[in-house]
Design a protein around this ligand. Structure first.
Ligand SMILES: O=c1ccn([C@H]2C[C@H](O)[C@@H](CO)O2)c(=O)[nH]1
Length: 133
C-alpha cells in the first residue's frame, strides 16, 4: 500500500465531515493489518459533547467491520501551515489496539510527516496493564 493512497483517503474522508458547529473538518484513514483502508470523519452533535472525532469514527467503523489489527493511520484537517496531531482521547482509543501504529499527520495539500503512536502517547495506560492484575 502506498502511503499516498492512505493520505488521499483521509483527505477524501475529511470532505465528508459533519461539523456545522466548529466548521473544523477532520478526516482519518486507518490501514488494517490485512491491507484494507477504513476511513472516518468527525460527526458533531447539537449537544456538542456527543461529537465524535474522525479517528474514533474510523476505529469504531473498522471494528464493526471485523478489523482489530492496524498498522497505520493518516489524519488531516483544514489547517494549512502546520501538522496537527490527534486529540488526547483519540490517542488513547488508538492505543487500545496496540502502540505499534505509524501516524501520518497530513496537511490539506497532501504533504505529511510520519510519527508513531508511541511518540504521541508516551507512558500510556493500555490493556496490558489490566492484564497484569
Ligand atoms: O483529533 C481530533 C480533534 C478534533 N476533532 C474534531 C472534533 C470537532 O468536531 C472538531 C473541533 O474540535 O474537530 C477530530 O475529529 N479529531
Amino acid at each position: 500500500m502506498a502511503v499516498t493512497e492512505l493520505v488521499s483517503k483521509c483527505l477524501q474522508a475529511r470532505d465528508l465531515a459533519y461539523c456545522p458547529y466548529s466548521r473544523f473538518p477532520v478526516g482519518a484513514a486507518l490501514l488494517t493489518a490485512d491491507g484494507a483502508i477504513v476511513t472516518g470523519c468527525n460527526v458533531e452533535n447539537a449537544s456538542y459533547g456527543l461529537t465524535v472525532c474522525a479517528e474514533r469514527t474510523a476505529v469504531q467503523r473498522a471494528v464493526a467491520e471485523g478489523h482489530r489489527q492496524f498498522t497505520a493511520i493518516a489524519v488531516t484537517c483544514d489547517i494549512k501551515d502546520r501538522f496537527v496531531g490527534p486529540c488526547g482521547a483519540c490517542r488513547q482509543v488508538l492505543m487500545e489496539f496496540g502502540s505499534n501504529w505509524t501516524v501520518y499527520l497530513t496537511k490539506p495539500d497532501g504533504t505529511y510527516i510520519e510519527t508513531t503512536l508511541h511518540e504521541l502517547l508516551p507512558l500510556p495506560f493500555s490493556p496490558e496493564h489490566l492484564a497484569k492484575n
